[in-house]
Design a protein. Structure first.
Length: 293
């Protein structure tokens, strides 16, 4: 199979032919994160999906970048320069990535839908999942700045992804008035800078707030509404990001919004997105809710 076909996935498949990948980043078998992951697998399989799981802690997935991620090739001196992005990009093209990276890339390449299940830790993903992003999303496979295969032109533009996360804090703590600040701001680096950067259509995140303080019946309700959502997940509208066509896509142009786009936005109350806010108020819930038509 060709590399490009492998990266593209198959979106035209009937529901029964679709594939999902659930990436779990929680070490405990009795955790609510695992319950959410198991609920997702159950609901998707009931809907005719074929589901693969990457249980990163159970796999003892190595989150550390190293030269060992590239196999074969000419031997190198330990002190010789090694550009990780360039070297792993070349190794991907030549089939020389380490077996653990290749195994994850094959699961990801086959998936139409990817769900990342994790507890929010220090306002980000657990280290093991950050390492998965850094090692698995190699140049060429997941993006290519040189060819402009980024954001809405990225290799995964026919795939859909979403974050399913749990928090320690309550929902009100993550509002624009809350002590932790607006959760939309926390979600931007992951949803825009990681998932959408690789082309993914990003679906609304599934957030279970303050799980430790949620009684058992509340937890059951969360699991049931998650399963219900997954029954029609493929039909959901993704979050809105600024299209590549809105930008001057060159170093000379600075990769900034085109003059005419900025002029068009001048009279508007809100910025274009949370990231491209143009000094205006953020569009409400830009990283939580798909825009209504």
């Amino acid at each position: 199979h060709s590399c490009s076909a492998m990266a593209a996935g198959s979106v035209g498949a009937s529901p029964a032919g679709r594939r999902a990948l659930v990436v779990l980043a929680h070490p405990e078998r009795a955790s609510f994160n695992r319950a959410l992951q198991e609920a997702a697998v159950e609901a998707l399989r009931a809907g005719g999906w074929s589901v693969a799981v990457s249980d990163l802690y159970a796999q003892r997935f190595n989150p550390l970048l190293s030269r060992d991620d590239v196999t074969g090739g000419a031997p190198r001196e330990p002190d010789a320069a090694f550009n990780y992005a360039a070297e792993t990009g070349r190794a991907w093209r030549e089939g020389r990535l380490s077996p653990d990276i290749r195994a994850e890339q094959e699961k990801l390449a086959a998936a139409d839908l990817v769900i990342f299940q994790f507890p929010l830790q220090w306002f980000g993903v657990p280290a093991i999942l950050k390492g998965w992003f850094e090692r698995v999303l190699t140049q060429g496979f997941a993006y290519s700045s040189a060819t402009g295969a980024i954001y809405d032109q990225g290799p995964f533009q026919k795939k859909k992804a979403l974050l399913s996360l749990t928090t320690g804090g309550t929902a009100s703590m993550y509002t624009p008035q809350g002590i932790n600040g607006d959760i939309n701001v926390l979600l931007w680096p992951l949803q825009s800078g990681t998932l959408h950067f690789c082309g993914f259509q990003v679906l609304e995140p599934q957030v279970a707030f303050s799980v430790a303080h949620t009684p058992p019946e509340g937890r059951s309700q969360i699991l049931e509404s998650w399963k219900k959502r997954l029954a029609t997940i493929w039909d959901e509208k993704p979050l809105t990001f600024a299209p590549n066509s809105s930008f001057e896509l060159s170093f000379a142009g600075g990769f900034v919004l085109k003059e005419e786009v900025r002029e068009r936005l001048q009279g508007q109350e809100h910025g274009l997105t949370l990231g491209q806010h143009l000094g205006k108020p953020f569009p409400p819930d830009n990283q939580l809710k798909a825009q209504k038509e």
